[in-house]
Design a protein around this ligand. Structure first.
Ligand SMILES: Cc1cc2nc3c(=O)[nH]c(=O)nc-3n(C[C@H](O)[C@H](O)[C@H](O)COP(=O)(O)OP(=O)(O)OC[C@H]3O[C@@H](n4cnc5c(N)ncnc54)[C@H](O)[C@@H]3O)c2cc1C
Length: 127
């Protein structure tokens, strides 16, 4: 919304609202609306040097993977879906599944799976 307002009309910093006179910092308005925006906080990046989008959010792929291998970003930090609790939680599920796929795609886990199945078959034959 800020980009739709003329720069000289944008005021940053603390402000005082007087409901009786309908004024902000002494200037009277017909209506006062309060809209909360959000941005990725640098503290949330934990000092990681992640690639960022031009709008200031963490760049991710469809699996929420960031520019660093093994680092995922979900929710508002990555501004993926509509910003709400449900989309943030859904991102968490998507990442959990992506991590599971990565773990299971390694040769060792494939070998472990095959061994497990072979032992299972052996036990079935013994019965
Ligand atoms: C006023 C307002 C009203 C809203 N109303 C709704 C609503 O009605 N329904 C709805 O679905 N959504 C609503 N939302 C949006 C919703 O709250 C967010 O989309 C959602 O909480 C985002 O979840 P998140 O996990 O990405 O981030 P957050 O909920 O912000 O969680 C991030 C967490 O990480 C912690 N953190 C940050 N940095 C660090 C660090 N360095 N170390 C450890 N912890 C850290 C923060 O303290 C925070 O607890 C509202 C948001 C606002 C601001």
């Amino acid at each position: 919304m800020i980009s739709t307002v003329a720069p000289e009309k944008v005021v940053l910093g603390s402000y005082t609202v007087d409901e009786k006179s309908n004024s902000v910092n002494g200037e009277v308005f017909d209506q006062i609306l309060v809209l909360y925006g959000y941005e990725a906080s640098s503290e949330s990046l934990l000092g990681l040097d992640l690639a960022m989008r031009p709008d200031g959010f963490v760049m991710t792929d469809t699996d929420c993977l960031t520019s660093k291998n093994n680092v995922y970003a979900i929710g508002e930090l990555a501004r993926r879906g509509h910003p709400c609790c449900v989309t943030s939680m859904a991102d968490g599920v998507a990442v959990a599944k992506a991590i599971q796929r990565r773990i299971e795609s390694t040769a060792i886990s494939r070998f472990a799976g095959l061994t497990k199945r072979a032992i299972g078959l052996g036990l079935a034959v013994l019965k």
